[in-house]
Design a binder for this molecule. Structure first.
Ligand code: G3H
Ligand code: ZN
Length: 282
């Protein structure tokens, strides 16, 4: 009943001074858990499918996108569909036919000038089709199994003046920034640079996005939202919950073969994680 657009969820959250959470979907159970957690919290959420998740599904976007959209339509929670960390232009272009209202185009590994040029092209393409486009400046580490970056190394953290020029030069709708978080952390020990978040929020006219939020403690997320962060991306925390349940079940039931026996508690654990993060956003 309620597949909505990412742009409206982010705008609403920003206007209210709140955050909105985006959760990575790998399997159908992830999407169902996000819907369940959002329904229980009485809050909207973003279902995001990464380029890596598409690769896991054999490079086919349609099946997992259609399943996620169907979960959203059947949910009483307002949910949107977002394509995350896209580096492949063919995948970007495929998003339109599959019902995505938003994409994150990730050219952060390129030089500044190349990042601006390729992202501006992606934004032009997206806006012609009504697609909301997020992009990244600075380097949030820990992608695709890479070692966490030194968050203090030059060029890693996002510079406010460069961010303002980047947003003006690309026309992006939201900006993912490097402020001390890193992807794929299984412990919530990241310390964010709140002064930098405040400076970035003052410097750019678009909402800010925090990637790698699984490794960020509750209070740090609350403070980040208070300083101007709006979209809060969470992935690994769902997988930690999922895998913990599966591992526990299989260790205790060495002859069981029915996947529903461990996928049901795994999905329930992810829903609990979703509700926990949603509780931090106001
Ligand atoms: O774009 C996705 C997020 O940045 C997820 O990061 O898996 O570290 O929570 P995470
Ligand atoms: Zn990310």
């Amino acid at each position: 009943m309620s597949l909505v657009s990412t742009g409206e969820l982010v705008a609403e959250a920003r206007d209210a001074g709140h955050g909105v959470a985006a959760f990575n979907v790998i399997t159908l159970e992830h999407a169902e858990a996000v819907a369940l957690g959002a329904e229980r919290a009485g809050l909207p959420a973003i279902l995001q499918i990464s380029e890596n998740a598409v690769r896991f599904h054999g490079g086919r976007l349609a099946p997992i996108a259609a399943a996620s959209a169907a979960v959203a339509r059947a949910s009483t929670a307002r949910l949107s569909l977002h394509l995350d960390h896209v580096t492949d232009v063919d995948l970007l272009r495929a998003s339109h036919a599959e019902g995505f209202s938003s994409v994150m185009f990730d050219a952060s590994k390129l030089t500044y000038d190349e990042n601006v040029k390729t992202t501006a092209d992606a934004v032009r393409w997206g806006h012609e089709r009504g697609i909301w486009v997020e992009a990244e400046l600075g380097r949030v580490g820990g992608k695709e199994g890479e070692a966490p970056l030194d968050a203090h190394a030059p060029g890693v953290r996002t510079d406010p003046a460069e961010a303002a020029a980047y947003v003006a030069g690309t026309g992006v709708d939201a900006l993912a920034v490097a402020v001390g978080s890193s992807h794929a952390m299984t412990e919530r020990t990241a310390a964010l640079d709140h002064e930098l978040i405040g400076s970035l929020a003052a410097a750019v006219p678009v909402p800010l996005v925090l990637h790698g939020s699984s490794g960020v403690p509750d209070e740090e997320i609350r403070r980040a939202i208070a300083a101007g962060m709006v979209k809060i991306n969470v992935g690994t925390a769902l997988n930690t919950a999922f895998t913990g349940e599966v591992r526990g079940y299989l260790a205790a039931h060495t002859t069981g073969v029915d996947p529903r026996k461990y996928l049901a508690p795994a999905r329930e654990a992810m829903a609990g994680t979703v509700t926990g993060f949603l509780g931090l956003l106001k």
